[in-house]
Write a protein that binds this ligand. Sequence first.
Ligand code: FPP
Ligand code: MG
Length: 325
Amino acid sequence: MDPTTIFAGYLTQVEAALTAQLGGDAPPPEDTLVIAARHLVLSGGKRARPMLVKIFADSLEFEDPRLVTVGMAAELIHAASLLHDDVVDAGMFRRGKPTVNARWGNTVSVLSGDLLLSGGLFELAKADPRLGTLSLATVQEMTRAAIAEVQARGNLSLSLADHRAIGEGKTGSLFGFCGRAVATLAGHEDAGRRFDAFGRRIGVAFQMADDVRDVTGTDEGKPQYADLSSRTPNLPVLLACRNDDKLKKRIDEAWRFGALGVDKVRELGTSVLVSGALDEAIAMMNAELDAAVDVLGEYGRTELGKNLIHWARTLARGMTLKGAA
Ligand code: FPP
Ligand code: MG
């Protein structure tokens, strides 16, 4: 069978496992938590984490039925984090649809997230107790990063290192988990360390791309400058403020005292847009991608390992150019 067919076959198996996990083809309509979870999980999404699991496994020429569990569980953990994140951020739209909290309220969103999270962790622990432990540590890290981001709101002096650590915790830790889980099942300790580091850097690049899209307005699911509206110091905003004290003061004053109406946000956003900070942010994202490739070492030089590099570059480039759910 050719590699594309194998890849598509794997993703089809993951989709089937996700559907089975969420009540199968005909879930009872009164099961609100499952119906709400399906609204998010079965409504698209890039399936970046399952894809990553498969590409990591291919690069080790490793096959195992538990890889479907790992991909499915990584997607469940990701979805759970989004259900919680949309409550934290009061997010109203995701993947082109109203969020679960917008439609069913915060209680359903939080509890539906808990259901997905416990389901994913349970399946991983059953597949291999080591995966249970690894994933628990990952969720802890995601949680710490989520609160760090909330605490950083309004802080235009947030260091770039702290901003990076938030991106690594929110997204990189789960990408890294995908690599470590595959390498653990395959019995490759060295690959586990390298895949984890690769995933973490890719996660940071992914978050940087997300920050760039906020300013360029190329995320179809979100209004332009949403981060400025929510007083979230994203990477282009931080870079623009480092280079221009007057702009920093203007944003700071608007964040502290202003009503932050649409016009004010657009005025400040335009200043960030023309400041040159976007180019700097894209350069930083590319540096993360290069460092991710370096850290793969020999695993990035094999024919199959090159797919990891291709996947990462395509994902980040695609995100900076157009919207991605
Ligand atoms: C989306 O970020 C959110 C995340 C990548 C992770 C959020 C993590 C938590 C809420 C901690 C709890 C974790 C679990 C596993 C239950 P974003 O707000 O930058 O992106 P968005 O624009 O898509 O909302
Ligand atoms: Mg959010």
